[in-house]
Design a protein around this ligand. Structure first.
Ligand SMILES: [Zn+2]
Length: 310
C-alpha cells in the first residue's frame, strides 16, 4: 500500500500530490472568472475569483487524498512526481517493419533501441510515466509525410481515420510516430465492419501528446494515448446517440454476450476489445461509441501486434 495522496491549492492550480512528498501527480489550473466592465469590449478577470473542475477520479484512487493544504498567496509550482520505473532490461527488438492487413508496410521503431536517434521521437513521450505509473508505449511506426495518412491499413480503413482529427486540424509536423497497437486496432475495426456489413464513421483513434487535453494535463491516462482506443459516431445510417445504439454496438463487439450491466470490463470479444464506455461514463451525453483494448504497453506491445511484425 502506498501512502495517501494529498491536495494542494495555491494561487495557480489545484494539485494532486504524492503522499510524503512536495511533488504533484496531476494538476488542474485555476481559471479566472471574467466580468465585462461597463464600456469594455473584452472581459477582464475578477481579482481573487476562480473556477475549478476537481477530477472525480482523484477520489476513486486506492490512495485517495486524505488532506488538503491551501495557500492562496503561493504562486510557485511544485515539481512533478516521477515514480521509480521497475522495468527490467528488455532485449532490443530485431523487427524492422510492421505490415498492416492491407499489405502496407511501415518502419518499425523501438524507442529504447540505441540506434533510435530522431529527437522528434521524444516529442511523442515514449515510455513516459502517466498518473498511475503506467508507461506510454515503447514501439512505434513512422509516418514521413501527410500523404502517407491516406494509405489503407485494411480493406476499408485508412491510417488517417485512426488519428485524432483535433491534431490534424491543428496541423501536424513530420515525422509523426504512431504506437504499433493501431495496426491491430485497425484489423479489429475491419472485422467489426465486416460483422455489421456497413461503413463505420470513426471520429478519434490515437491521441499523441500534442492533443490539447494532454498539453494541459501531460500525465492523464487514456487508452487513446496507447493506440488501443477508437471512437465512432455512426454505423451505416445509424447515428450513435442513445443507450439502444450503444447496446446495438456492444452486442456485435462482445459476441452477443454483452450484459449491459457494466461496461468495464464489458465481456468477451473475439475482436480483441476489452472495454466500451458506458452512458454514465459519458455523463449520459451519448455521442459516440468508445471501444478499447486496454493499456497495452512495453513488453505486451509486441505480443499484441505479433501477427503483423515482419
Ligand atoms: Zn474514446
Amino acid at each position: 500500500m502506498s501512502a495517501s495522496t494529498w491536495i494542494k491549492l495555491n494561487a495557480k492550480a489545484l494539485y494532486l500530490m504524492q503522499g510524503g512528498t512536495n511533488e504533484f501527480i496531476e494538476k488542474v489550473d485555476l481559471v479566472p472568472k471574467l466580468e465585462l466592465l461597463a464600456g469594455a469590449t473584452v472581459a477582464t478577470p475578477i481579482a481573487g475569483k476562480f473556477s475549478l473542475n476537481i477530477p472525480a477520479r482523484w477520489f476513486k484512487r486506492s490512495d485517495a487524498p486524505g488532506q488538503m493544504a491551501i495557500n492562496l498567496t503561493d504562486t510557485s509550482e511544485p515539481s512533478a512526481f516521477k515514480p521509480p520505473t521497475t522495468l527490467s532490461a528488455t532485449t532490443s527488438s530485431t523487427f524492422k517493419t510492421i505490415e498492416a492487413p492491407s499489405g502496407e508496410e511501415f518502419d518499425f521503431i523501438d524507442s529504447r533501441s540505441a540506434g533510435t536517434s530522431d529527437p522528434r521521437l521524444a516529442d511523442f513521450q515514449p515510455n513516459e510515466v502517466l498518473n498511475d505509473g503506467t508507461l506510454l508505449p515503447r514501439y512505434y511506426f513512422k509516418v514521413n509525410e501527410f500523404k502517407d495518412f491516406s494509405k489503407k491499413l485494411t480493406t476499408n480503413f485508412t491510417l488517417l481515420e485512426f488519428i485524432s482529427d483535433t491534431e490534424i486540424a491543428r496541423g501536424i509536423t513530420f515525422p509523426y510516430y504512431i504506437p504499433v497497437a493501431i495496426i491491430r486496432l485497425a484489423d479489429s475495426m475491419q472485422k467489426l465492419r465486416d460483422r455489421f456489413n456497413e461503413p463505420i464513421r470513426v471520429s478519434s483513434g490515437y491521441r499523441s501528446p500534442f492533443y490539447p487535453d494532454y498539453q494541459n494535463n501531460p500525465s492523464f491516462k487514456s487508452a487513446h494515448r496507447f493506440g488501443t482506443a477508437i471512437d465512432f459516431v455512426s454505423v451505416g445510417d445509424r447515428i450513435i446517440d442513445s443507450q439502444a445504439d450503444l447496446n446495438f454496438v456492444d452486442d456485435k463487439v462482445f459476441d452477443g454476450s454483452f450484459s449491459g450491466a457494466s461496461n468495464r470490463p464489458s465481456g468477451v470479444s473475439s475482436l480483441g476489445f476489452e472495454f466500451s464506455e458506458s452512458a454514465a461514463e459519458m455523463g449520459f451525453d451519448i455521442h459516440h461509441s468508445h471501444l478499447d483494448m486496454g493499456y497495452i504497453t512495453q513488453d505486451k506491445e509486441l505480443a499484441h501486434v505479433n501477427a503483423f511484425l515482419v
